[in-house]
Ligand binder design. Sequence first.
Ligand SMILES: NC(=O)c1ccc[n+]([C@@H]2O[C@H](COP(=O)([O-])OP(=O)(O)OC[C@H]3O[C@@H](n4cnc5c(N)ncnc54)[C@H](OP(=O)(O)O)[C@@H]3O)[C@@H](O)[C@H]2O)c1
Length: 284
Amino acid sequence: MSDNFRRTVLITGASSGIGKVTSLYLCEKGYKVIGSSRNLGKLAPITEKANEAGECFFPLELDINLSDGAKGSIEEVLPELISQHKSIDVLINNAGYGLWGPIEGISVAEMENQFKTNVFAPFRLSKMLISSMRKRGYGRIVNVSSVAGWVATPFNGAYASSKFALEAQTEALRMELWPFGITVSSIQPGLFDTNFQNNMVQGSDAESEQLPYKDFIDNYRRKHKKWRKVIHDPIRIAKLIESIIESKRPRLRYPIGFEARAGMLGSKIFPERLYQGMISRTSM
Ligand SMILES: NC(=O)c1ccc[n+]([C@@H]2O[C@H](COP(=O)([O-])OP(=O)(O)OC[C@H]3O[C@@H](n4cnc5c(N)ncnc54)[C@H](OP(=O)(O)O)[C@@H]3O)[C@@H](O)[C@H]2O)c1
């Protein structure tokens, strides 16, 4: 443990949504929180609010997509950060975004970028922190995945690919690190009230007239509107993260939100063909 705080937590994507709510909640609960964003200015209001009753939130400018070797990259920033805060006990890989559109309408560069943020950044951050966690015999790595890391739906194939990859990373890393007192878990949210939908990136050719998906995309948009009414408060995820940090034996996966649980359950109990038909009918 470090200072007078319960633990020191590094969370990416602290400027908005789940990361913002979790940062404020953990600060309030006695943790030291280092929260990152690509834009330090976006962290100013959180810093001010979190630190009203004493300094507990430390803003960090970090672009998790910068390549190894570049100034300001994960590999350059992390060693100094670890020595400055003495230890980082908990890593929450939260930063992420959705790339939307039929797979055929997504460029290679767009797909690469999706993987850089949602898969490679958690991999690189975990790699940078494992050895110091191992030395202390304690660590928690929490990957904010998605129900899309379990069930892929039409037009979310790029995003789901990245979250499936993150799930595999979580699963393998968990077994590798368990003997050393470091646990790795994934959270699989359904639909939560954040800026996620507004920040979604559309594939450059998603609606190209050269491609035959227009009617299906219109249907998707119409049906998706109904789903967007089912939306949960991200404070539930913040509380779940606290319970994972404090648990002696956190689970591998935490689906959260009834649609996430239903999605996972459905994939287990229904025959594959039937389930795919159901997903297609409800989404396009
Ligand atoms: N909300 C949902 O319904 C939902 C459902 C399932 C999973 N999730 C997952 O939850 C996590 C948090 O999302 P949110 O819902 O809180 O969305 P949000 O409100 O859009 O916040 C996303 C955060 O991630 C960071 N981020 C986004 N794109 C980035 C990029 N290309 N490079 C680096 N950082 C980036 C942003 O930081 P800066 O722009 O400040 O750098 C921001 O703080 C994501 O991993 C998302 O996949 C969300």
